[in-house]
Write a protein that binds this ligand. Structure first.
Ligand SMILES: Nc1ncnc2c1ncn2[C@@H]1O[C@H](COP(=O)(O)OP(=O)(O)O)[C@@H](O)[C@H]1O
Ligand SMILES: [Mg+2]
Length: 326
């Protein structure tokens, strides 16, 4: 049995009596340990498919089974629990809570599980160290570069040992150096720790970090491309060069004293926030909301979290709202 099984999945949106058929019959199986990219032109249905895989949205028809559980019949609360236990999410614009430190952001999914403070701390420290951010535990998002923020988000996505990780354009807001750093991290998490990854991207090079590329065309799977290790190694070799060049240049500039490290960070930050703004304006359909309100009481009871953060961490609308309300 595959980890994820989608059978004849369709998704049709109806707005003002206008029907838009976005997914038109998707059959897909993803095995434990797979690293899969979903590629396709803008508007081909990549995010719609990923949202269904992540139980953030429901299919119009078809069946979807996660780890042997048919999700179609689950209630909103059961879905929220499933997301929390089985999945980790990474989005283009990080979706960190700005008034929480890196470590507190990473702990959030564990709070919703009701885990005690000590275990949460141990786990979140371990996850942050795993992504190379042991020195940024107590930093707030705005004190970190875009690349660092995305690594915090990755730490948050793996802190609860999920069955799989879902990433929607995880490098879309990053400069080249950080893009390749993040992809190398994904690669390690998949190959060394066996974490299953499903990643949406429209960058061909990024897509080649996966073992398979699912090409979506107009809401159907056009073909599935197997990435040979040889092809992937070529992409990784180029990435290694970019990372080395960027590091050398940064070192040189810092030595010259013309640029400080914090300015470099501030620059990536700017790129990140611009990109996030574009995504929000351009993509988020009006009036669409995923709310899973019940989880709030768990957080409030534990009392370490701001009680107005009605967040089930992986739902991006809730994160945006929480940030707005602060
Ligand atoms: N809630 C919605 N209501 C109506 N149309 C939507 C909604 N969400 C997505 N769409 C449409 O579905 C199509 C595919 O969107 P999406 O999955 O975001 O594409 P991609 O991620 O491949 O760029 C687009 O034409 C988009 O406008
Ligand atoms: Mg998309």
């Amino acid at each position: 049995m595959a980890l994820l099984e989608l059978k004849d999945i369709t998704r049709t949106f109806v707005n003002d009596q206008v029907e838009t058929k976005v997914l038109k019959g998707i059959d897909l199986e993803i095995e434990k340990g797979d690293f899969v990219s979903i590629m396709g032109a803008s508007g081909s249905g990549k995010s719609t498919l990923l949202n269904i895989i992540g139980c953030l949205d429901r299919a119009t028809s078809g069946t979807y089974v996660v780890n042997g559980v048919l999700v179609d019949k689950l209630s909103e609360n059961e879905l929220a629990d499933m997301r929390n236990r089985e999945m980790g999410f990474v989005f283009q614009s990080f979706h960190l809570l700005k008034n929480l430190t890196a470590r507190a952001n990473v702990e959030l999914p564990l709070i919703y599980r009701g885990m005690n403070g000590e275990d949460r701390k141990t786990r979140s420290v371990k996850a942050l160290k795993r992504v190379g951010l042991g020195h940024r535990m107590d930093h707030y998002p705005k004190q970190m570069s875009g690349g660092e923020q995305q690594r915090v988000a990755i730490a948050r996505s793996i802190v609860g040992d999920p069955s799989f990780m879902l990433a929607d354009e995880p490098t879309g807001a990053l400069d080249t150096k950080n893009t390749w750093n993040v992809m190398e991290l994904f690669y390690e998490l998949n190959k060394q720790e066996g974490i299953t990854i499903v990643m949406v991207t429209h960058d061909t090079q990024v897509a080649h970090y996966a073992d398979k590329i699912i090409w979506l065309v107009d809401g159907v799977i056009d073909r599935i491309e197997v990435v040979t290790p040889d092809k992937r190694n070529k992409v990784r070799a180029k990435a290694a060069m970019v990372i080395a060049e960027a590091k050398a240049k940064e070192k040189e500039e810092i030595e010259k004293g013309s640029v400080t490290e914090s300015l470099t960070n501030a620059q990536s930050e700017k790129v990140a926030s611009q990109s996030a703004a574009t995504e929000t304006e351009g993509k988020k359909p009006k009036g669409k909301k995923w709310s899973f309100g019940k989880k709030k009481s768990t957080a409030s009871k534990i009392g370490e979290e701001k009680t107005d953060v009605a967040v089930n961490i992986e739902t991006r609308d809730n994160i945006e709202e929480a940030n707005k309300n602060e």
